[in-house]
Design a protein around this ligand. Structure first.
Ligand SMILES: *Cc1c(COP(=O)(O)O)cnc(C)c1O
Length: 399
């Protein structure tokens, strides 16, 4: 089958929810991807921040092969060793007290919202807790996660969504305060806005939200699905910014390629929220995916991933600063650690495609940002190669 035939076969069969780039990938190794024509790519997107350890990590692969042979699923009506180990490790590295494993990021957000609603119900004896979310946020595509996603075009066709959600301006504490009422049960935000265009939360903003939540017994939910799992040089971005949530969501790099998410909470939230019968999942936390979670936590430690991110961050930052200064149509460079964005005067889609042609995978965010989410194992040489390839691709920019 030719490449074109394979693409047509896919397009005819799948629900058309994605406009895909015309590349068929076959395998990956380290920070590199290879397509069916044998072309090599340096990957600075890591499958939207999923492949934190890059492709083909041997320790992870060994654990997965072994677990496939032993047991992949048994349901949450029973205990398994990988689930217990994964939970203990994730709690240790997050400083949270309880975890619930899900199959995706959106489901982690669903669980977080349900926990917050139930907390309000336990506290007041009434349903109807309201939620403050942020404009330009992204929390996923299921009905609940969509309800708190701050992009009208994503929500509109699917209304009515869950009620009692109000949108504030990100990094604008007064706009959040203006929306608080006695029914507010939670404030949800990404610690670093990803899809919206790579906007890190300002420290004072987060601190102000934390104080507001403490004062009014409102739960702070931090969505760490994209920015968490080591990307900022700490296991979670809120650890970098110094503000602890009451509930947090994680997914993407949690299983480094194995589909798994989680929501975590403090003991206080656990005691007053979800109880037996309130929530569940058939697959969630099965021994296959949790063996990945536990292995990933171990590998981060053994391979010193967080220290490496701290070391390589200034290299990537300076390189992107330099690129920004060289081209006057690049209007900003933002980010934290290895989640970064270059903002353009208008859509950079021609540059993204030209980069792919040069053998560099980058993706966009928002309507005018090129997003950088490299595997956490990138080296100085990889950053240099990215710079060369991107610089050539930038010649194709047309405003
Ligand atoms: C990707 C993402 C989600 C949704 O995760 P899925 O696994 O696609 O459901 C939610 N929140 C943030 C911040 C994300 O980046």
């Amino acid at each position: 089958m030719t490449k074109e035939e394979r693409i047509e076969q896919t397009e005819k069969a799948l629900v058309h929810t994605y406009v895909r780039f015309p590349r068929i990938f076959e395998r990956g190794q380290g920070v590199r991807l290879y397509d069916t024509e044998g072309k090599e790519y340096l990957d600075f997107a890591s499958g939207i921040g999923v492949m934190g350890l890059g492709y083909g990590n041997e320790k992870l692969n060994e654990v997965l092969k072994n677990q496939v042979t032993l047991l992949t699923h048994v349901s949450n009506l029973f205990y398994t060793v990988p689930c217990a180990e994964a939970a203990e490790k994730v709690l240790k590295n997050s400083g949270m007290d309880r975890v619930f494993f899900t199959n995706s990021g959106a489901e982690a957000v669903e669980g977080a919202l349900k926990a917050a609603r139930k907390y309000y119900y336990t506290k007041t004896g009434e349903a109807g807790g309201e939620i403050i979310a942020m404009e330009e946020s992204f929390h996923g595509r299921t009905m609940g996660a969509l309800s708190v996603t701050g992009k009208e075009a994503y929500r509109k066709p699917f209304e009515p969504l869950i009620g009692g959600v109000h949108f504030a301006k990100y990094n604008d504490l007064d706009s959040v305060k203006a929306l608080v009422n006695e029914k507010t049960c939670a404030i949800i935000l990404e610690t670093v806005q990803g899809e919206g265009g790579i906007f890190p939360a300002e420290k004072d903003f987060l601190k102000g939200i934390r104080e507001l939540c403490d004062e009014k017994d409102i739960l702070l939910i931090l969505d760490e699905i994209q920015c968490g799992m080591g990307r900022t040089g700490d296991m979670f971005a809120w650890q970098t910014l110094g503000v602890r949530p009451d509930i947090m969501t994680v997914a993407k790099a949690l299983g480094c390629g194995v589909p798994v998410g989680a929501f975590l909470m403090t003991e206080n939230v656990a005691q007053k929220s979800l109880a037996p019968g309130d929530h569940g999942t058939t697959y969630g936390g099965n021994p296959f995916v949790t063996s990945a979670v536990a292995a990933v936590q171990d590998i981060y430690e053994e391979e010193g991933i967080l220290d490496h991110v701290k070391e390589i961050t200034p290299v990537l930052t300076e390189t992107l600063d330099k690129i920004k200064d060289k081209f006057d149509f690049i209007t900003a460079h933002r980010g934290l650690g290895l989640i970064r964005g270059l903002e353009f005067a208008s859509s950079p889609s021609s540059v993204v495609s030209a980069a792919h042609e040069e053998g560099l995978i980058v993706i966009s965010a928002g309507h005018n940002v090129i997003r950088f989410l490299p595997p956490l194992i990138i080296t100085k040489e990889d950053v240099k190669e990215m710079e060369e390839k991107l610089t050539r691709a930038l010649a194709s920019y047309t405003s």
